[in-house]
Design a binder for this molecule. Structure first.
Ligand SMILES: [Zn+2]
Length: 132
């Protein structure tokens, strides 16, 4: 245990990005079961994220690895927020209709089944006609 600790001293270690790379590697490994025989050279694909993951864990350039992880978390967060927003939108699609304000791109939600109406954007106060 002491040997391992000494070996890891000054090295970056694991983080969220490394975890994600391992998961990606695992998913690719599963996908490889469905790859046709003439594309068998693709079997190396799952090893690429795994190797990058190992490289990052044992890397001594902590600053650079931390930056990569930060960028990854930023992108991941954006994707998670996008999914959350759109999931909510799909769930309420039966009761609401969605518009985008042509003036300020604000997303607007109006209740369905009210016929033609004038929609006023709460943000920029511009109004347009729409069917709900
Ligand atoms: Zn607007």
């Amino acid at each position: 245990m002491d040997k391992l600790r000494r070996f890891m001293f000054g090295r970056y270690g694991g983080d969220e990005l490394s975890k994600a790379l391992l998961v990606l590697s695992f998913i690719l490994l599963m996908v490889m079961n469905f790859v046709p025989k003439n594309l068998k050279f693709l079997v190396i694909l799952p090893y690429i994220p795994a190797i990058i993951c190992m490289f990052r864990i044992f890397s001594r350039n902590i600053y650079k690895r931390r930056n990569e992880n930060y960028k990854y978390l930023k992108i991941k967060n954006r994707v998670v927020v996008w999914f959350k927003n759109n999931l909510n939108r799909i769930k309420t699609l039966k009761n609401y209709k969605y518009y985008t304000c042509s003036n300020c791109k604000q997303k607007l939600r109006v209740p369905r089944g009210k016929g033609k109406m004038s929609i006023t954007c709460p943000k920029c106060k511009s109004s347009f006609k729409g069917k709900s």
